[in-house]
Design a binder for this molecule. Structure first.
Ligand code: NAP
Ligand code: MG
Length: 484
């Protein structure tokens, strides 16, 4: 068993500022997807642990945390940011071992978490209400108040980044958070709790209960003491979350999947576009909600773009996360099977190129050579369903109207990219595409902590990142005072 050198105890839950064993005293194994080995154990929190966490959060709101002024919350988050930066190498190594993310990409996630803490730490005391001109004899103003207890259920693909955009924004607004990380990626979430403790976050402001979705996750979602749920994950579970939230009549933010396109017009700067086209499909082995899994190319340059992408695919090397190659393993054997299933049933499509799994890659690892697929029709399964693996399809279009129709032709709407030297066209297309973010002559803008993010359609609703997240994690109260 490879040794995991940790600065925290992953077999405990962090509740009310204390490290406690889960009430059921059960543990879950931690797998290293690069080798298939079990490398440790985490707590298996259940409904009783969630009860304790929600109670601790409620107590924090009534106690020290609830009385902490906004600028002081900002200072604490800023200290946490510095502590994350001091631990970047540790966090990257832990994430690489836990979810199979190549080191450089895991490191970028840790740096992004620090950046979120810095951004929201700085924003804490800059969110203000308004005064509203009203009738004679009245003064009317608005207050932005925390929801109270916020529940955060996150997936395994970007734990640190999603903690950054969700939990730190909730804390910035003065909420008390209960975090249920994904069973397959709990370690950096528990590390985050340790960092919060060391930075002096008051007890109960942040509570972390690792465990299974159907147990700890479902208990958190249904809990009557929770005032807001932020969920990032699959469409299927997102529907369950929204139903459960409806029972308690609480707001939810749903960040679900995507089938994000990049539209490449014949006047595009291909030298600039090419690395973005491919990276957006294979980053984190394609297990990215905003992965660009559909590349739509104007017919006159279709063959040229396909060949240039194929060239890059053939050079991609896949191997253990710790070796920091282009692509790591998929997170689990289950994910490997799902993605393999898509490649086993290409419909009318054919493989244009594949990357290569390096020869020394451990047999127990969940490796899959990235695949570039051509000849797929816009309504084929491969061009409609979220694959969540390193697979991109290239689809031709004739004109702008057809490009937009194909781009809008799925149930999702998370991110899109447009490549063209015609400024008017890029802006026209940006308006016509139904999606939460559009990138013109770039894709992803390097993550963009400051840029509001979220979906339309089945990609979800609500916005995280940027100032928008702070509005989402707060409630507006209107105060109308009559004074004559
Ligand atoms: P998932 O299966 O929906 O899991 C997400 C989280 O929900 C996990 O913590 C999971 O716990 C928990 N969960 C599962 N069943 C639950 C239940 N019945 N009640 C409450 N919680 C439950 O998604 P995933 O497979 O981890 O992640 C992949 C999906 O996330 C993709 O569809 C991807 O597009 C989406 N995603 C979206 C964004 C975005 O911002 N839009 C970002 C990243 C990922 P366990 O795993 O521990 O069981
Ligand atoms: Mg793991």
């Amino acid at each position: 068993m490879t040794k995991l050198d940790l600065f925290f105890d992953p077999t405990k839950c962090f509740i009310g500022g204390r490290w406690v064993a889960p009430i059921g005293h059960e543990l879950l194994p931690v797998e290293n997807p690069s080798t298939g080995e079990t490398i440790g154990e985490i707590a298996r929190g259940q409904a009783a642990d969630i009860d304790a966490a929600v109670a601790a959060a409620r107590e924090a709101l009534a106690g020290a945390w609830g009385k902490t002024p906004a600028f002081e919350r900002g200072r604490i988050l800023t200290r946490m940011s510095q502590a994350v930066l001091a631990r970047v190498d540790d966090l990257a190594r832990i994430e690489a071992m836990d979810v199979g993310k190549p080191l450089k990409q895991a490191r970028a996630d840790a740096v992004a978490l620090a950046r979120y803490l810095e951004f929201y730490g700085g924003a804490c005391d800059k969110i203000m209400g308004e005064t509203i001109p009203y009738l004679d004899g009245y003064t009317v103003y608005t207050l932005r108040e925390p929801h109270g207890v916020t529940g955060h259920i996150i997936p395994w693909n970007y734990p640190m980044q999603i903690i950054g955009r969700s939990v730190t924004a909730a804390l910035a607004m003065g909420n008390a958070a209960v975090l249920k990380p994904a069973e397959e990626a709990c370690l950096t979430a528990i590390a985050f709790a340790k960092i919060a403790e060391e930075a002096g976050l008051p007890a109960g402001a942040l509570n972390v209960v690792p465990g299974l979705g159907e147990e700890a996750g479902a208990a958190l979602t249904a809990h009557p003491g929770v005032n807001h749920i932020s969920f990032t994950g699959s469409l299927a579970v997102g529907e369950l979350i929204q139903r459960a939230a409806a029972k308690n009549v609480i707001p939810v933010t749903l960040e679900l999947g995507g089938k994000s396109p990049q539209l490449v017009f014949e006047d595009a700067d291909l030298d600039r576009a090419l690395p973005f086209l491919v990276n957006a499909g294979i980053q984190n082995a394609g297990q990215t909600c905003s992965a660009s899994s559909r590349i739509l190319v104007q017919r006159s340059i279709h063959d040229q773009v396909l060949e240039r992408m194929a060239e890059r695919y053939r050079a991609l090397r896949v191997g253990p996360a710790i070796d920091d190659l282009d692509v790591g393993p998929l997170v689990s054997g289950r994910q490997q099977e799902i993605v393999g299933g898509f490649l086993g049933d290409l419909g009318g499509g054919e493989i244009a190129a594949r990357g290569e799994v390096v020869s020394g890659a451990p047999g127990g690892g969940h490796y899959l050579a990235p695949a570039l697929v051509s000849g797929v029709r816009p309504d084929d399964r491969l061009a409609q369903d979220e694959i969540f693996g390193p697979v991109q399809v290239v689809i031709p279009f004739d004109d702008e109207a057809e490009a937009v129709a194909i781009a809008n032709g799925t149930e999702f709407g998370l991110v899109a990219g447009v490549w063209s030297r015609d400024g008017g066209r890029t802006m026209r297309v940006a308006k016509a595409i139904r999606t939460g973010q559009v990138f013109l002559n770039n894709y992803g803008a390097g993550g963009g902590v400051e840029l509001p993010f979220g979906g339309v359609g089945k990609s979800g609703h609500g916005r995280e990142k940027g100032f928008e997240a702070l509005y989402g994690f707060s409630v507006l109260k209107t105060v109308a005072a009559w004074h004559g």
